[in-house]
Design a protein around this ligand. Structure first.
Ligand SMILES: Nc1ncnc2c1ncn2[C@@H]1O[C@H](COP(=O)(O)OP(=O)(O)OP(=O)(O)O)[C@@H](O)[C@H]1O
Ligand SMILES: [Mg+2]
Length: 464
């Protein structure tokens, strides 16, 4: 427990001395007050992490003091000390806002445990308040969380692009937040009161996509029983988001180009040109230049859509945001489920930060949701993480990059040997001595692993 400043209130001088003495020995900073009035005065003058007060006192009793303290500070933890037999009063006190109570006679462990719980809770609460504030005001833009320089650059690009009509190309791996960016572009533009229409171009068959995008007239094809506007028209006055734009078939690409260049379109089965006022944002997971080179994406369309490119870096290129994002998601799921948020132990956070996140932020979000549901809390350790994230090489050992310069007499090769054998032993233990599997875990071939094992004199018996 971190040292806390504690106001102790008791009219009985002996009990007061005993309690302050005990708290002091436990490493806290207690300040004594012999009456309710004195306690209020002291409380006003200083800062206290918690208050412990006796219930039965002449003139102002513990309950009255509690009410007066609450009026000044609704959040400071207050522990009431009651005599055995006055549990009913203690229950009332809890209703009045006491944080906990202990009955006399109590052991020092009892009161320290109560205090510890309350202080942890209070610290958690204030950290959460701070975190929420920080995330909202400083570390995000329109719900996109990040403070890594690469993300700050993205925020700037969104701000600049939002109010132009130019088409924006959002590039990024799966789960990097392309759709979030598209929405931020829309909601920060003058078109924000218009519709935001998203079309997943990968999800629709080639023939369907064209009528979905550009609409059709009655009888345009079998099954077209009535005429229908397409998504482009639905986005009138707003923003059209074309996800996986590289999947748009070449025939539809020509029509899209017309929408972008001339702001007109024709529904399928009609030769009437309609004017449309839409802002287009396209997203892709692949390199569109390569798609142009491969002949699956029109070069003229590529130049049209890439006027303002925004590249979202994969999460492994902005590892410094992982803690922030993890905290944000844990808070979000805690709020949703009306639970206190989980806290990640430093070792677990290191596991998250070391992982390569092929599914990027979406994967991180999913892992945090799973943790919120499966981890008993209040903190989450490495064991609670999914196995692919548990980077502990063994029960002990920590090979994070040292902040200190190496000690005198340091020999890098010896150190490397130590690290190598640590990982090899870990892999062998994990695979019960199976060298092929261990090699795979370590990203080595079986023969290379065998070479290292003989050099380092490691046998494949995991229990050696
Ligand atoms: N920087 C971020 N801050 C907060 N949440 C984020 C961030 N980036 C992504 N997310 C969340 O991750 C999930 C995936 O984001 P999004 O759908 O925008 O990704 P995407 O790039 O469009 O993925 P895909 O290519 O698979 O369609 C969403 O739930 C989104 O809210
Ligand atoms: Mg998407």
């Amino acid at each position: 427990m971190r040292p806390a400043s504690i106001l102790v209130v008791d009219d009985d001088a002996l009990s007061l001395a005993a309690l302050t003495d005990m708290l002091q020995r436990a490493g806290h900073d207690p300040v004594g007050a012999a009456s309710g009035a004195q306690a209020l005065e002291t409380f006003r003058a200083g800062y206290f992490d918690a208050v412990i007060t006796d219930l039965r006192m002449p003139r102002m009793d513990g309950l009255e003091l509690l009410r007066k303290l609450r009026a000044r500070d609704p959040s400071v933890p207050v522990v009431l000390v009651t005599a055995y037999g006055s549990v009913q009063t203690a229950v009332e006190a809890m209703k009045e806002g006491a944080s906990d109570y202990v009955t006399k006679p109590f052991s020092s462990q009892e009161i320290l445990a109560a205090l510890g719980r309350l202080l942890d809770l209070e610290r958690l609460r204030s950290e959460n308040r701070e975190l929420k504030e920080q995330i909202k005001t400083r570390y995000g833009f329109s719900g996109i969380i990040g403070r890594n320089p690469s993300m700050l650059a993205v925020f700037d690009q969104i701000r600049t692009a939002a109010n132009s009509m130019a088409t924006v190309l959002v590039e990024g791996e799966s789960g990097t937040g392309k759709e979030l960016v598209a929405k931020a572009l829309h909601f920060n533009s003058r078109r924000s009161s218009g519709p935001f229409v998203a079309v997943s171009c990968a999800a629709l068959a080639e023939t369907l996509l064209e009528s979905e995008l550009f609409g059709h007239e009655r009888g345009a094809f079998t099954g077209a029983v009535s005429s229908r506007p397409g998504r482009v028209e639905q986005a009138e006055g707003g923003t059209l988001f074309l996800d996986d734009a590289d999947d748009i078939p070449l025939s539809a690409q020509v029509k899209l180009l017309r929408v972008l260049q001339e702001r007109t379109l024709e529904r399928l089965g009609s030769n009437r040109s309609r004017r449309v006022d839409v802002r287009v944002v396209v997203a892709t997971k692949i390199d569109l230049r390569q798609a142009v080179a491969d002949g699956i994406f029109r070069e003229d369309l590529f130049y049209r859509v890439s006027v303002l490119p925004i590249r979202l870096p994969p999460l492994r290129e902005r590892r410094s945001d992982i803690a922030l994002l993890a905290g944000h998601f844990l808070q979000q799921f805690a709020d949703r489920d009306s639970q206190p948020p989980l806290k990640l132990e430093p070792e677990a956070l290191r596991g998250l930060e070391a992982y390569h996140w092929p599914g990027n932020v979406r994967e991180l979000e999913n892992v945090m949701e799973r943790l919120s549901l499966t981890c008993p809390g209040p903190t989450c350790s490495c064991e609670n993480l999914p196995p692919e994230l548990d980077r502990r090489p063994g029960a002990s050992g920590d090979f994070s990059v040292p902040a200190e310069p190496p000690p005198e007499g340091f020999a890098l090769l010896d150190e490397l040997g130590r690290i190598e054998s640590h990982y090899i032993r870990w892999a062998l233990a994990r695979t019960r001595g199976n060298k092929s599997q261990a090699a795979r875990l370590l990203g080595l071939s079986r023969t290379t692993l065998a070479d290292h094992m003989s050099r380092l004199e490691i046998s494949s018996d995991p229990y050696q």
